[in-house]
Design a protein around this ligand. Structure first.
Ligand code: PHE
Length: 440
């Protein structure tokens, strides 16, 4: 990084100071490519997902550059101009037209245009400004998959019949799935004009079976590892359910949830690809489905990894536990936590620079993600959790006060109280300097 340019994974980009908001810890992460690092849990999880979408039907793309255009990330997918995901508070920008991809869907249109295979899988690092806790990190990994059929290559143009024939070839499973949803719903989850009911229904069934089988495979590997490694593991049958969803680039759309530790957990989003994507990619005779899944959270479940920061650790005590697994997926075992070091919680409260009216977590130009990023840029991976613990508006002055609890804890060693204090002082100073708040 220098002057008006920034280097991201070997490519130089022109920064616009009015837009550039990528902190150095995030910039450094762009060169890590954990999904390509042999024996890393993110790499192993990618391999397991790939095993469920075999070549040559599915072509794999694992090395797309993380910098994309606003067109690729948003416009090509039908995101409206005012979509909140486009905001500087949510997304890392290099300049007004260039950003760090927020999802692997940024490459959908380009892969459709290349038209090299019936299906594809993309795995990649993605970037989002977000909260700080044990399951959120500004950099994570996603996999995107799609399967298309071409009206011109199906005998008699009978797409529904061709999709059903392919459905018959898919593996089956015997896990309980709740799916109360109709194949499409006029208001909530509409059929596209260009699809017949039979086509959308067949594509939806092919999509659901393919994804259910993948999730069954992942969780049966997790179960095998748990039975081997944890005498206290409670062996319960896997339960899944489909819920209706919305994405600007699919319709109808769904999310797949898995019952895990007493809660329904969303594992992926998917749907029937909007025809405009195929049309704009120069392949108007195609139709099909797409899905996207976050790899890191799946890897945390698979290996029983308690903190997402561990993926970025270079500590031998972490990485050595997965040696050899990339070549022998059946040797997968659970992560054995090394000693847990004590937490150092510290609170900070401040008055917001008072200008405008409050609403949610924003006031004037205050956004909670800015607090998160300031803490992360001062304390790096030594911060485990940041949460709002108090918030009120002064009845007379109308000024708003916020209090956050920051938990400092290293994954690798015991922090002294002195060190935590130094980090906290740095955070307090940066909050004043960067957000103009008044400490209380
Ligand atoms: N890109 C979506 C997300 O990040 C997931 C998705 C991919 C949904 C493909 C539908 C189809 O949430």
């Amino acid at each position: 990084e220098s002057g008006g340019t920034v280097l991201v994974r070997g490519v130089t980009y022109k920064k616009d100071p009015a837009w550039f908001n990528v902190p150095s810890n995030v910039l450094d992460a762009t060169s890590r490519r954990l999904h390509l690092q042999k024996d890393h849990p993110v790499h192993i999880t990618r391999q397991i997902i790939e095993a469920n979408f075999p070549q040559p039907t599915y072509k794999y793309h694992n090395d797309y550059h993380p910098v994309v255009s606003t067109h690729q990330n948003f416009d090509s997918l039908g995101f409206p101009p005012n979509h909140p995901g486009r905001a500087l508070t949510d997304t890392y920008y290099i300049n007004d037209k260039t950003l760090l991809r927020t999802h692997t869907s940024a490459h959908q249109a380009d892969v459709f245009r290349a038209n090299e295979s019936d299906g594809y899988l993309i795995s990649a690092d993605v970037y989002r400004r977000d909260a700080i806790d044990r399951s959120h990190y500004p950099v994570f990994h996603q996999m995107e998959g799609a399967r298309s059929w071409d009206r011109n290559r199906v005998p008699g143009g009978a797409v529904a019949a061709a999709v059903r024939a392919d459905l018959e070839k898919l593996p089956k499973h015997n896990v309980q799935v709740e799916d109360p949803n109709p194949p499409f719903h006029e208001e909530r989850n509409p059929l596209q004009d260009c699809h017949s009911a039979a086509e959308a229904q067949a594509i939806g069934e092919h999509l659901k079976r393919s994804l259910e089988c993948m999730v069954v495979d992942i969780f049966s590997r997790a179960r095998t590892a748990a039975l081997k490694g944890d005498p206290n593991f409670v062996d319960e049958p896997l339960r899944m359910r489909w819920v209706e969803a919305y994405f600007p680039f699919t319709s109808p759309s769904w999310e797949l949830e898995v019952y895990y530790a007493g809660d329904w957990l969303e594992v992926l989003g998917c749907g029937v690809v909007r025809q405009s994507l195929y049309d704009n990619a120069g392949v108007p005779s195609q139709l099909g489905w797409a899905f996207g899944i976050g790899i890191d959270r799946i890897a945390m479940l698979l290996f029983n990894i308690p903190d997402i920061r561990l993926f970025w650790s270079q500590d031998h005590r972490f990485l050595s536990q997965f040696e050899g697994v990339s070549d022998r997926l059946d040797t997968l075992k659970r992560f054995a936590p090394f000693s847990k070091y004590p937490p150092c919680p510290k609170d900070v409260s401040f008055w917001l620079a008072s200008t405008s009216t409050a609403g949610g977590n924003t006031m004037g130009n205050f956004h909670e993600n800015d607090v998160m990023e300031i803490v992360r840029s001062v304390a790096g991976d030594v911060v485990e959790d940041v949460r709002l613990i108090d918030e009120f508006t002064h009845p007379k002055t109308g000024r708003r006060s916020m209090a956050y609890r920051i938990v400092y804890r290293s994954l690798e060693r015991t922090l002294t109280n002195e060190e935590a204090k130094t980090f906290h002082e740095g955070v307090r100073d940066a909050l004043v300097k960067k957000l103009g708040v008044e400490l209380r």
